[in-house]
Design a protein around this ligand. Sequence first.
Ligand code: NAD
Length: 329
Amino acid sequence: MAKTKTALVCGAGGFIGGHMVKRLKDEGYWVCGVDWKKPEFGASVADEFILGDLSDQAVVKKLFNRSFDEVYQFAADMGGAGFVFTGEHDAEIMQNSALINLNILKYGHESGNLHKIFYSSSACMYPAHNQENTDNPNLAEDSAYPAAPDSEYGWEKLFSERLYFAFNRNFGVPVRIARFHNIFGPEGTWTGGREKAPAAICRKVAETPDGGTIEIWGDGNQTRSFLYIDECIEGVRRLMESDFMGPVNIGSDEMVTINQLAEMAMNIAGKKFFIKHVSGPLGVRGRNSDNRLIREKLGWAPRAKLEDGIALTYAWVQKQVNAKRNGIP
Ligand code: NAD
């Protein structure tokens, strides 16, 4: 009989980690989830869920008292532009996220119980000067250096990528690293200041009566691509099963302006609004996933249409908005 595979999912109380737990359970894994908060939307389906602070050495050391075939590291201080680009949370972001990665690698490696680890980096580590053009940003994996991310969040991701590769070089820890590009979907943060553009726009569209006004940060001509959660999870699983360490982009190459994203959400909702452009933290001018390397190495790249993902996300966000309106926690 085949042995049941075991996995540890760090950040299992969050958006991508929560979806990964479900996927691994569906594949027959025994899964342990860890996070310092419980999942926001429903209970985790993990076999065991540990509430703990991964920046605390004692917590991480104890975690690795047992062996895991695979570790998925999603825990980080995360947020949309309103959290990451204001500069107000820089120290917290760098300290917390770096400590998590330092602890996991040190105690995982020392225990002998870490056999393969996935690390979630971000497109935010790419140089800002390659993302000034809305039509033609350069986000090929080999454009990362000379490094010049536009946020401390991006600098920490770059540092941690290097940390994972150093543990691979010096101690032979098998690592897999992906740079995610704007992942969205149901059960993502949709309110409270850490939400990203797709969920924020879906929320504004759901909350605002037809004919009203919604606010968009900047002129709305900044470009981005957004990847639906299921394809992100598929990409991570394929990378984990492959011989390729990365780093590799996991993102969509269907680039849209933020104004187009808003139009899309309005059409899905069957509403029409005035868009008011207001000042706000913006990030880079243009960003799109370059999917040449993932196609070459994994023979696969995300293909789902943005509109289909936004329709599913809008339906979910609308449900949350209605529940809140009706006082349902
Ligand atoms: P998320 O905020 O939903 O999940 C991160 C989880 O980490 C949260 O549940 C949080 O409580 C947990 N966490 C933070 N600090 C912790 C600590 N000290 N101890 C224990 N748990 C802690 O974010 P997400 O969207 O699921 O992102 C997952 C990973 O992917 C993150 O590393 C993020 O930087 C990366 N990423 C995400 C995106 C995206 O668009 N969502 C894009 C690029 C990279």
